[in-house]
Write a protein that binds this ligand. Sequence first.
Ligand SMILES: [Fe+2]
Length: 153
Amino acid sequence: MTDSKDNSKKALVDELNGLLADHLALFFKTKNFHWHVAGPRFRDLHLMFDEQAIEIRDQIDAIGERVRKLGMNTLTSIGSVAKATQIKDQDDTSLSAEKMVEELRDDNAAMVKRLKAMKPLAEEAGDNATDGLLDDWTDMAEERVWFLSQTLK
Ligand SMILES: [Fe+2]
């Protein structure tokens, strides 16, 4: 493997670990909102947040195993997740339902951005499998952004 291929693979794996951290953090935040949402739309939002949390959770293993298939190491702890994620903590349990939806919309939109920026890294690394998975994960994140945005209209 050439040096440039090595560098591309390392850049890709760093971003895969960032993506792993984002999914873990966003899973927890989405569950947090599932548990704490209040107001007249409680039932709808409570259920939508749970559907989205389950979808996000189900990608965590696929991302971690992709890193291992590339022969590299995953994140190993909550501490390493906290350092690698771009998803900010939200510890205010009295946040309004609308603010919760807005925050998840923005977090998922940031995830879409990260995923799109990873495409050239997968291509440079010649990693077809990750390239294909990125398309699937982008579609899922865009669907979450769509659902959340529609809820705000
Ligand atoms: Fe629940």
